[in-house]
Design a protein around this ligand. Structure first.
Ligand code: MTE
Length: 301
């Protein structure tokens, strides 16, 4: 079965229209160069998606719900400088760190990851960052810390209202502490050899490659270590469709978007999109499956 067969036609055609519109935008203004040395991780050696698609076809509801809107609206936003991230909760050493301090915590690496959106498309992106664990170790989580909650910036002067976006702001996400400490969980500051553009979550975001894209929260300002599982934006807005774990799983269907296969953006043609089967844990099972040993992943979706 093809993706176009299982996707409601209206959604499919809308998506194509947005992609076409996004590709018609000018190439975004270059961000600052960011040197990360040689590529530290490249699963599968798949073809990297063009920078133009990755910077113009986005989900960032604070800047609009259409795929082309973040690239149009986010450049008008000036992230506060110096940007700080507050890390607190069940920790021995709560800290507020600015981006320069964070950049000194560990060497930057380039990591080429597949990124699979729950809506049924995927991209391959050369991210730049370092393991989130290096940041979390700084604050010394206590024995009570079992979960990590993340919060995005929210500036009502330039961002959509929750009513217009259809979801609550600030955008929040969460991970179990052992997931957050996994070496693949990337604290990300750049892509394609440059700092992040606003629409991709400047100046600092997460990338969790074995989970659906919405877990990769953008423009993070606050991190809390917690004893209990925190609420997350999409599971609060539609609990039957979005769970806390949100591991990529072709065996757990979403009520609206098929998870069986995915369209790799920028490769096929308009008439013949490149559709490939979706893999458990987005193909990162060898690295991460042990985190979920003994769990029913259909129930814990
Ligand atoms: N973070 C915030 N704050 N707001 C969002 O709307 N969208 C998520 C995630 N992070 C989102 C967010 C979704 S649905 C996806 S697929 C990815 O960001 C998209 O990342 P990209 O635009 O860099 O490809």
């Amino acid at each position: 079965m093809r993706y176009s067969d299982v996707t409601p036609k209206e959604i499919y055609l809308n998506r194509r229209r947005f992609l076409t519109a996004a590709l018609a935008l000018p190439i975004p203004a270059a961000a600052a160069t960011l040197n990360a040395g040689k590529t530290a991780f490249n699963a599968g050696g798949e073809k990297i998606t063009s920078q133009k698609i990755v910077t113009t076809y986005n989900n960032f509801y604070e800047f609009g719900t259409g795929k082309d809107e973040p690239a149009q609206n986010a450049p008008k936003w000036k992230p506060i400088s110096p940007w700080t991230v507050r890390i607190e909760g069940e920790v021995a050493q709560p800290k507020t760190l600015d981006v320069d301090q964070i950049l000194k915590l560990a060497p930057l690496q380039e990591r080429i990851y597949r990124h699979r959106c729950v809506e049924g498309w995927s991209i391959v992106v050369p991210w730049i960052g370092f393991p989130l664990s290096a940041l979390l170790k700084q604050v010394q989580p206590t024995g009570k810390a079992k979960f990590v909650a993340f919060e995005s910036v929210y500036d009502p002067n330039i961002m959509l209202s929750p009513r217009k976006a259809g979801i609550q702001f600030p955008y929040v996400e969460g991970l179990r502490l052992d997931e957050a400490m996994h070496p693949l969980a990337l604290l990300t500051v750049g892509m394609y050899g440059e700092t992040l553009l606003n629409q991709n979550g400047a100046p600092i975001r997460l990338v969790i490659p074995w989970k659906y894209g919405f877990k990769s929260i953008k423009s993070v300002v606050r991190i809390r270590l917690l004893e209990k599982q925190p609420p997350t934006t999409w599971s609060t807005s539609w609990p039957a469709a979005y769970g806390f774990y949100s591991n990529v799983n072709p065996d757990h269907e979403h009520p609206r978007f098929s998870q069986r296969d995915e369209e790799r953006l920028g490769e096929g043609t308009l008439l013949k999109p490149k559709v490939i089967p979706t893999r458990m844990f987005n193909g990162y099972g060898d690295q991460v499956a042990k985190l979920y040993a003994g769990m029913n992943l259909d129930r814990n979706y």
